[in-house]
Design a protein around this ligand. Structure first.
Ligand SMILES: [Zn+2]
Length: 174
């Protein structure tokens, strides 16, 4: 956990002191995810806008790669943990050991879901997130999907590819 916090701090303090107001709201808990976020931020203006929107919100997003993913079918998902100290906490789970391009796509996709939540203060738990889903997307009590999340992940990958930053090996998965 201390390593994970150090990664988050590292992302926040490039060239400026860390304060409560500029601590990163998107906090990757693995070096691979941290590197992926830095690449996306450098290469995709659309992704940078997602980060900027979350940075001005009350949402804190921990991004966790884990072997199991979310369940047998879903390889990435977002879970609402609750409220504390004036912030709402969500966790993005992403299955580990996937191709790099899949990781990039899923981070962008899930952070777009986070932006929807950031824009709706009523969403504080699973029940209220289902209510929001009924307004902005479709799905079940377990899984909500939105057009905006589907579109943004495609857009971000296209921008990364256009910038020439996609690893050659990952391009085959497009
Ligand atoms: Zn989704």
């Amino acid at each position: 956990m201390s390593t994970a916090i150090a990664i988050g701090v590292m992302l926040a303090t490039l060239g400026r002191p860390l304060t409560a107001s500029n601590a990163p709201h998107v906090r990757p808990l693995s070096l691979r995810a941290a590197n992926a976020i830095m690449l996306l931020d450098r290469r995709s203006p659309t992704f940078s806008r997602l980060l900027a929107r979350l940075q001005t919100s009350d949402l804190i997003v921990h991004l966790v790669e884990q072997q199991a993913g979310c369940d047998r079918v879903v390889k990435s998902c977002l879970i609402i943990l609750g409220r504390s100290g004036g912030y709402r906490y969500v966790r993005v789970l992403i299955q580990s050991m996937q191709p790099y391009e899949a990781l990039l796509q899923q981070i962008a996709h899930e952070l777009r879901h986070a932006v929807d939540i950031a824009g709706n203060a009523k969403v504080i738990d699973a029940r209220t997130s289902v209510a929001m889903c009924n307004q902005v997307g479709w799905g079940t009590a377990e899984h909500c999907e939105t057009r905006s999340a589907q579109d943004v992940s495609r857009q971000v990958l296209a921008e990364v590819a256009a910038s020439g930053a996609t690893p050659r090996r990952a391009r085959r998965h497009k």
